[in-house]
Each structure stands twice: as structure tokens, then as C-alpha cells.
Write a protein that binds this ligand. Structure first.
Ligand code: NDP
Length: 473
């Protein structure tokens, strides 16, 4: 059985203990990953701190050249990375390849990104400029749904800005991250990227470590709150990309045949394990029945299977806890009088965490499957009578990540979408793949801070205000 290693100070770190990483479709062991100890974490942070004091922090052109080499290396290794990603995460191989390609695109964007001069004031011989400095060593805590795309949303701007990093992948998906970091080790100076892995408390220990000056976390709201509490004593900078419960509002003039497949694709992409998936579908009562029927029809023919099967459209959920959570929400919906029209059952012949795509109706907004984040392949469909009512119900959520309005009257849809209490707003689309130029973030219980684009760089930089009197004699 193959064992993967952490990267610390540019070399593979020995591990005193390992654990099994399992294929979520079959529960076969894919490989073993290290269980990092506190001593391992200290070594990773020390290596990152040492690299942060080197020339890395002060040489943007050199960093950009290395980021370009990294992007090229990932492209060269994309087949082996995608294979491991599909096996440990469960997603179809084509989706895993797409995720690796996305990470190359993100890295390439930052490899080409220049630092603009920002002048706040220019008066005769005086000027005030904004200058950027790296924060230092930052901790990147990455979840299991998109282990490489979400890693790169953090890693690429963090490195561009001159930081060094300690990465902690999720316990169920460490392998692709460890493989990717190993492939980049000879390009980057030792200590610029380091990893720790494990199933226990290592995430919290990373957040609490005195040598970590900022944490960028993607995961659940509850864990995000704990990350914030652990960061408070040192006033650490934070970016928190937490859960979502995105509503999509389908207006009475929408073209059902055209948009039903698009809505289905978004809701069930990655088996629904996407922070910005459509998680509540509000449909105008006049077109409710045809929309529901169309979604049921698509679900019935959706091909569910292991990620490496050539024809799989949807893999298993990534882990047992997540599968049990979604199943519990479906059971609760039925107990509250809801109807599961299709799906929700496991896949015959497989021991893994499968649930076939479920379409649910006859539930109220107070039902758990509407109120809570399901983060899985189960979509509640709810009728509404007026757009004002739909917006009110969409906004009556603790979350504020994204939302969309679907209509042939684009200007009315733009107006309605702008009234949603969420950061990422869409009209006649929902949550397109991460675009390196466009910031992504949340409000309310979905977190704060931005990733990607210029704003993503700000989250990984200290912006200093330089006041200059150039008129000296
Ligand atoms: P969690 O948010 O609980 O965990 C995510 C990561 O945080 C793991 O790597 C975990 O590693 C680490 N972690 C746990 N506790 C702490 C802590 N106190 N300080 C620092 N790091 C910590 O996610 P789950 O995997 O348990 O998923 C639960 C729910 O989270 C899902 O149902 C979904 O709603 C949401 N989620 C949202 C995602 C998103 O993209 N926004 C992605 C994944 C999940 P360790 O345990 O090793 O410390």
C-alpha cells in the first residue's frame, strides 16, 4: 500500500503514524497519509517562517516566474493528479480533470498578474502611495469537496503576494494535495509551501500556532466560528468561506425546457457538495408542475457510479457523515409531509456513500432540508406567487453566499437579483466555475473576506500607506 508524505522545508517529512484514505465509492483503501504531530506542525511552521524572511517575500518577478513553472508542472502531471483526485474524492474523472485544469488557470492568472502602482494622492512634490507587503506565514485549511480548486483559490494569491504557507487538507482528501506539493517542491524555495495532515485536532493546532499570522478557511459555519475564536487571542487575519444555502428563483416567464437542465446541473454538480450549489429552488406557481416534472425526469436518468467509470455523471458523497446528514434531511422531509419523487436511495452493489439524486416537494420553508445546508444530492422545489414573496423567502436564511433569478425579462431579473442578501448574484445562470479575475465571498453565516481577483490579493497582503515629501532641498 502506497504511503504519501508531507512536504516540509522542500523535502518529504518522515511520519511516525499513518492512516487509511478510502475510496468513497467502494471503501477500498486508496493509499495512506501521515498523521501529523504537534512537532511536525512546529517543523512546518518553522520552515515557512524561515522562507518568509528570505528573498521570496521581496521579489515579485521571481515569484511570478516560479508560479508560471508551477502551472506548467501541474499541467504536465494533470492525468495522475486527476486519477488520485477522482479516487479519494469520488467525483467523475472528467470533473477531476476539469478541477485540475481550473487550478492551472488560477495559477496562470496570478503568474501573469502585475502589481499596479496605487497612488492615493499626488500634490506638487508630495504623494501618497499604497504599497503591498506579504503577511508572513499563512495557514490554508481546505475542505474535501474541491480539494485542489479551493486550495488553488487560496494558494495562488497567497504566493503571488509573497507569503509562505502551511496547508492542511481535509482528512478524507489529503492525497492529491500531497502529490501536487511534492511535484512543485523543486520549483519553489524550500519552506514556501509546507503541509500537515491528519484526522484529529491538527487544524485547530494550526490555527492556534503563534507562527501563523493569517488563516484562510473554507468549511462549515460551525468550524468557521471555532477558527475565529481560536484566532482571536492573537488577532489573526481571517478569510472565512463558509457554507451556503443558495436560492434560485424561477419567474413565471422563464423557459422551463431551456433552464431545467442548467438548474439540475448546478444543484447536482459534485453530488451537490458545492458551497454555491442551488440548494433551494423557488418556482412560480404557474410553471411549478412542468418544472418539477422536468427535474424528476432528468434525475431518473442521471448516471450514478464510481468516478472512474467512463459514463458516470455523479459519484458518491465524499464521506459517511455527509451521506448520513443528507439522508437524515430526506427522512425529516418525509416525516414533515414532504414527497421524495425520485432518488435518495443507495446504489446497488456498492459499499460506498452513494445517494441517487433526489427531488423533493410538498415541504415548507421551515423544513430542515430547506432551512439547513444539505450539501448533497437532494433538491427541495417550492412554489411561490409573487417575486417579492420569493425574495423575502430567499433572504430569510442565516446564509448569504449566492443566489440567482431566472427570467426572460433580464432587466426585471437583474433588479430582483440585486435585492438578494448574498454576495455572488446571478441572472439566468448560477455559480459558474471559479473565474480568477472575479472575487468570490460571502456575508452573514457564509463568512467574510474575498478570494480571487484583485480583492483576493488584498486578503493576503498588508497594504501600507507610504506618505512621501519629495520636495527636499
Ligand atoms: P468542517 O468545517 O468541520 O471541517 C473542515 C476542515 O476544518 C477539516 O479539514 C477539519 O480538519 C478542520 N477543522 C475542524 N475543526 C477545526 C478547528 N477547530 N480549527 C481549525 N480547523 C478545524 O467540515 P466537515 O468536513 O465536517 O463538513 C461539514 C459541513 O461543512 C458540510 O455538511 C457542509 O455543510 C460544510 N462544508 C462546506 C464547504 C464549503 O465549500 N464551504 C466544504 C466542506 C464542507 P481536522 O478535523 O483534521 O481538524
Amino acid at each position: 500500500m502506497e504511503t504519501y508524505f508531507n512536504l516540509v522545508s522542500g523535502a518529504s517529512a518522515s511520519a511516525s503514524d499513518v492512516y487509511d484514505v478510502k475510496d468513497p465509492a467502494t471503501l477500498d483503501i486508496v493509499a495512506r497519509a501521515p498523521v501529523s504531530t504537534i512537532d511536525d506542525l512546529d517543523a512546518a511552521v518553522a520552515a515557512a517562517n524561515a522562507a518568509a524572511r528570505g528573498s521570496w517575500a521581496n521579489d515579485l518577478p521571481a515569484r511570478k516566474a516560479m508560479l508560471a513553472q508551477c502551472a506548467h508542472r501541474i499541467e504536465v502531471c494533470s492525468a495522475e493528479l486527476a486519477h488520485v483526485l477522482s479516487r479519494e474524492q469520488g467525483k467523475p474523472l472528467a470533473a477531476a480533470k476539469g478541477e485540475i485544469a481550473t487550478s492551472v488557470r488560477l495559477l496562470t492568472y496570478y503568474a501573469q498578474k502585475d502589481q499596479r502602482r496605487e497612488t492615493l494622492r499626488q500634490r506638487s512634490s508630495e504623494y501618497v502611495d499604497v504599497v503591498r507587503a506579504p503577511i508572513g506565514t499563512v495557514g490554508l485549511i481546505v475542505p474535501w469537496n474541491y480539494p485542489i480548486a479551493i486550495l488553488m483559490m487560496k494558494l495562488a494569491p497567497a504566493l503571488w503576494a509573497g507569503n509562505t504557507v502551511v496547508i492542511k487538507p481535509a482528512p478524507s482528501t489529503p492525497l492529491t494535495t500531497l502529490m501536487l506539493c511534492a511535484r512543485l517542491a523543486d520549483i519553489l524555495p524550500a519552506g514556501v509551501i509546507n503541509t500537515v495532515t491528519g484526522e484529529g485536532d491538527i487544524g485547530q493546532a494550526l490555527v492556534e500556532h503563534a507562527g501563523i499570522l493569517k488563516v484562510s478557511f473554507t468549511g462549515s459555519t460551525q468550524t468557521g466560528i471555532r477558527v475565529m475564536e481560536s484566532s482571536a487571542p492573537m488577532l489573526k487575519r481571517l478569510t472565512l468561506e463558509l457554507g451556503g444555502n443558495d436560492a434560485a428563483i424561477v419567474c413565471r416567464d422563464a423557459n422551463v425546457a431551456d433552464i431545467a437542465p442548467k438548474i439540475f446541473n448546478n444543484a447536482f454538480a459534485n453530488a451537490g457538495q458545492l458551497c454555491c450549489a442551488i440548494k433551494r429552488l423557488y418556482v412560480h406557481r404557474s410553471i411549478f408542475d412542468p418544472m418539477l416534472e422536468r427535474l424528476i425526469e432528468i434525475a431518473r436518468h442521471w448516471r450514478v457510479g464510481p468516478g472512474l467509470n467512463w459514463d458516470t455523471q455523479m459519484g458518491p458523497l465524499n464521506n459517511r457523515a455527509q451521506r448520513d446528514h443528507v439522508r437524515a434531511l430526506l427522512d425529516d422531509a418525509v416525516a414533515q409531509g414532504g414527497t421524495i419523487h425520485v432518488g435518495g436511495e443507495p446504489l446497488d452493489g456498492y459499499a460506498g456513500h452513494f445517494l441517487k439524486p433526489a427531488i423533493v416537494s410538498d415541504v415548507s420553508d421551515a423544513t430542515r432540508i430547506v432551512k439547513e445546508e444539505q450539501f448533497g444530492p437532494a433538491l427541495p422545489v417550492l412554489p411561490f406567487d409573487t417575486v417579492d414573496e420569493a425574495i423575502y423567502r430567499a433572504n430569510a436564511s442565516e446564509f448569504g453566499l449566492g443566489g440567482s433569478v431566472w427570467s426572460t425579462d433580464v432587466s426585471a431579473a437583474v433588479d430582483a437579483a440585486s435585492r438578494l442578501e448574498a454576495v455572488n448574484l446571478y441572472v439566468n445562470q448560477h455559480a459558474v466555475p471559479p473565474d480568477p479575475e472575479l472575487p468570490f465571498g460571502g456575508m452573514k453565516a457564509s463568512g467574510f473576506g474575498y478570494e480571487l481577483g484583485e480583492w483576493g490579493c488584498d486578503d493576503f497582503s498588508i497594504r501600507k500607506v507610504l506618505n512621501v515629501n519629495a520636495g527636499v532641498e
